[in-house]
Write a protein of this length. Structure first.
Lengths: 114, 116
C-alpha cells in the first residue's frame, strides 16, 4: 500500500543534542512538508520541498534543518538551537502544483526532552 | 497572508444527530482551496473533504458536506448521522492556488465528542 512512513514514533532528546526524524513516502509525490503541532494547537509549517534538492523555510524554521536528496525521503533534524522542541511532528506529501489535491500525512513522531 | 479561524474549541453531539463545525477564513488570494481534516487521538491526519473557491456546488463526501459561503468567507463542515467513531479533532485548512507552493494554513481545530 502507498503511504507515508514516519519513524520513530517516539523520540527523546537530551539537552544540546541534535535528533533526526525520518519521513519516507512511496506515493511518487514531488512535494513534501514538515509540520509541528503543539497541544491544543493547529499545525505550523516548518519546511517544505517541492522538488528534489530544493526546499524552503516555512513559518517556524528556526532551529530545524532538512535535506531532500531523494524524492522519497525528507528527513527533519531538530538542532540544539531549537530551545523548545517538545511537540508532535507530522510529515506530509502531495502532488506538486495541484491545488485541489490534499496533502497526505504520516502517523507522526512525538519528540520529548529528557 | 492567509488565516483560518475555528471558534469552537469543543463540541458535543448525540449519536445519529448532525453537527456543524465552523470555519472562517481570510485571504487576499483570488483563487484558493479549503480542506477539512480529522485527527483521531492516535494522531494521524485524515483528509475528509475539499472545496475550491470557484466551485459552483458545495462539496459532499459521504456523511460530510461543506457549507461554503464565499461572501461570508465561511466553510463550515457538516457531519450527518454522527457516529461514535467521529469523535476526534477536526481542522480546517486553506491553500492559495495562485503563486508558489502548496502550503496549507491550518486553524486551531475543534474537538468533537459524540455521545450515546
Amino acid at each position: 500500500d502507498g503511504g507515508i512512513t514516519q519513524s520513530p514514533k517516539y523520540l527523546f532528546r537530551k539537552e544540546g543534542q541534535n535528533v533526526t526524524l525520518s519521513c519516507e513516502q512511496n506515493l511518487n509525490h514531488d512535494a513534501m512538508y514538515w509540520y509541528r503541532q503543539d497541544p491544543g494547537q493547529g499545525l505550523r509549517l516548518i519546511y517544505y520541498s517541492q522538488i528534489v534538492n530544493d526546499f524552503q523555510k516555512g513559518d517556524i524554521a528556526e532551529g530545524y534543518s532538512v535535506s531532500r536528496e531523494k524524492k522519497e525521503s525528507f528527513p527533519l533534524t531538530v538542532t540544539s538551537a531549537q530551545k523548545n522542541p517538545t511537540a508532535f511532528y507530522l510529515c506530509a506529501s502531495s502532488i506538486r502544483g495541484s491545488g485541489n489535491q490534499p496533502q497526505h500525512f504520516g502517523d507522526g513522531t512525538r519528540l520529548s526532552i529528557l | 497572508a492567509q488565516k483560518i479561524t475555528q471558534t469552537q474549541p469543543g463540541m458535543f453531539v448525540q449519536e445519529k444527530e448532525a453537527v456543524t463545525l465552523d470555519c472562517t477564513y481570510d485571504t487576499s488570494d483570488p483563487s484558493y482551496g479549503l480542506f477539512w481534516y480529522k485527527q483521531p487521538s492516535s494522531g494521524e491526519m485524515i483528509f475528509l473533504i475539499y472545496q475550491g473557491s470557484y466551485d459552483q456546488q458545495n462539496a459532499t463526501e459521504g456523511r460530510y458536506s461543506l457549507n461554503f459561503q464565499k461572501a461570508r468567507k465561511s466553510a463550515n463542515l457538516v457531519i450527518s448521522a454522527s457516529q461514535l467513531g467521529d469523535s476526534a479533532m477536526y481542522f480546517c485548512a486553506m491553500r492559495g492556488l495562485t503563486g508558489g507552493g502548496n502550503k496549507l494554513t491550518f486553524g486551531t481545530g475543534t474537538q468533537l465528542k459524540v455521545e450515546l
